[in-house]
Design a protein around this ligand. Sequence first.
Ligand code: FAD
Length: 387
Amino acid sequence: MDNGTGVDVAIVGGGIAGVSAAAEISKTHSVKLLEQESELAHHTTSRSAAIYVENEGGPVFHRLSTASRPFFDESPGADAPLVTPLPVLKVGNDSVADVLVAEAEAARKITPNVRTVTGDELTDLCPVLDPNVITIGVYEDSSGSVDVMALHQLFLRTARTHGAEIRRSAKLLSATQAASGSRRWKIETTAGPVEADVIINCAGAWGDVVATACGVAPVGLTPMRRTAFTAPISQDPSDWPFIYSFTKDLQCYFKPEAGNQLLCSLSEENPSDPTDARAEELDVALAIDRIQTISTLEIRSVKTTWAGLRTFAPDRNPVFGWDDSVDGFMWMVGQGGCGIVTSPAAGQVAGALIRSEPLAENIADLGLTREALGVSRAGLVRSLDDK
Ligand SMILES: Cc1cc2nc3c(=O)[nH]c(=O)nc-3n(C[C@H](O)[C@H](O)[C@H](O)COP(=O)(O)OP(=O)(O)OC[C@H]3O[C@@H](n4cnc5c(N)ncnc54)[C@H](O)[C@@H]3O)c2cc1C
């Protein structure tokens, strides 16, 4: 606990990245988590499609997702399983067949059950797919649907149990370090000053904004808006997989939900400022058109719409590591479209970095290194003039 002279670690951001880091780090360090909003998980974390899939986001994210699997399987401390089985079928037409075959082959090195599917098996798996449009798929049947809020609560409960203090409506405004001596951070927030030895930047779309407010060069993050919506359908989709259409100009996805309903998206990536993202009607309409093109579904109405910001580093890999130019500043940003599924491993990485320990075996054994995840790797833009 903060004993009046500050804490070891101030974590900025109360989304899944912030609470997973808090759960892990509070085991050995005093932690204060600062969230600018009056509620936690208000931004991207509460707006995801909640899919646990390993073969997604490229080799680094794939490995972090796989490394997170034991946590989801065991659900330690959770009242109920965090993941409900839901296969994922990434589909396309002949124009992307070579790409999907190669992707499945590469993915099998980490997740052996990933396989390509063609012919009647496509409609056996999802009877509404149109075989005239969809000719190939990549199938992962060990994936699932995540209870995101239960996962967030679990991390939060763990952090609190270990004494972490959670401060809502506490926006980091600026942070400075004394030029010499302890180098402790003096942080100004909308809820008053905070002192900490270390700042961990878990601010999602605002990652570069927070860094800049701390006098740290940004890493070149781009928040990308993605719109999602739920829609009632006449069929019962409970036996269908999650369908992700990959063909150019037909990109979209739909996920079966309880009560004859789908969660749908255009799966678009539109660059945005960090903001409270709102759904675009045009993106909803385009998604419906594409879903009706790749399937025999008829979507006549939309129930709820929302949007969130998936935030990417320039090389589209996560940025988990100590800043190399400033003492006591750690980045946990750039989770893109995989921040939920990778959060258990991300918390472990933050814990290892703060304790100067090697990466845990479940992460290191998959070939991930501090260098691959860190700020000093090639491909990151580091200049205060870049934003
Ligand atoms: C439509 C959609 C579908 C997705 N589907 C999936 C999926 O199926 N599986 C998956 O794994 N991921 C998915 N994602 C991605 C996932 O949601 C994100 O990667 C993840 O939520 C990012 O978490 P975060 O904690 O980094 O960001 P956020 O949840 O945005 O949290 C960052 C927090 O920092 C706070 N903050 C910012 N600046 C300050 C400041 N100055 N002071 C204090 N607090 C501050 C913000 O208020 C915010 O609460 C999806 C995203 C979208 C939009």
